[in-house]
Design a binder for this molecule. Sequence first.
Ligand code: HSE
Length: 309
Amino acid sequence: MTHEIKVFAPATVANVGCGFDIFGLALETPGDEVIVRMTSTPGVKITSIVGDNGKLSLDPEKNTAAVSVINLLSFLNIKLGVEIQLIKKMPLGSGLGSSAASAAASVYAVNALLNHPLSPKDLIPFAMEAERVACGAAHADNVAPALLGGFVLIRSYDPLDVVQISIPIQIYVTILHPKIEIHTADAREILKPEVSLRQMIQQTGNASGLIAGLLQGNAELISRSLTDVVIEPLRSRLIPGFFEMKQAALNAGALGCSISGSGPSLFALSLSTSQAQHIGQEMVKACRLHNTECDVYISPISREGPKIL
Ligand code: HSE
């Protein structure tokens, strides 16, 4: 048995506009890396974290990489120890699924060291428990695409039913990350517990339209469906200049643009790298009008989840 492994897991865009808590997609980059070592002394330890500016806890009960592994080992009834080195290569609190990438990479690594007793899909519930620790809600729309790659639909939470959506065309994602931090727990706190019948009709129409558009590779249908009438109106106020940046993306030819996960990042979809880059440049200009520093990431929707390095 190999005792040490290095694994990468990707950043993800959760919600994808109209699919709050039920849609997510994986990027090729950025992402997180972990080095995981099995030891004979039981217990899960975080031995080091780099790239987090000291913000993450080394306490295994509070760190998503460790929490997911503790849950996995307990399910498999394995009494070995695990040491995790976490290498953060993406911003925290950015809406790009940073906690999910660490959790996905860690459970994937431990499962690989144990000779794959579980499938990547089976690993989702353990990584979801880490999300509960990170933000109070065990949502799967970051961890599922981080573990499976591609575009994922969480059809149901109870029982968990995760559906992979295959897309016959290449879709590119532009991420604009304004450098402010939003905690997912706070961004969930401001949501209303109820939606109106009218909103329900619009949102389910768009969500169904988006899935149909992706499956058919129908860019116009994807574009018409990328509208969120429930969450974006409430959360956009947390992001200075949101509507100007969104408009800049649409003017530059994006199929659609909305908040990535709980923000502050925005995502915009398009059909080529050059278009994705142009959209990024225009969004940056709009962001700077609000005196906010920002980063841009460009990536196709990835076709794979974690990678052994
Ligand atoms: N669906 C979650 C939310 C994703 O929007 O709160 C958080 O990354």
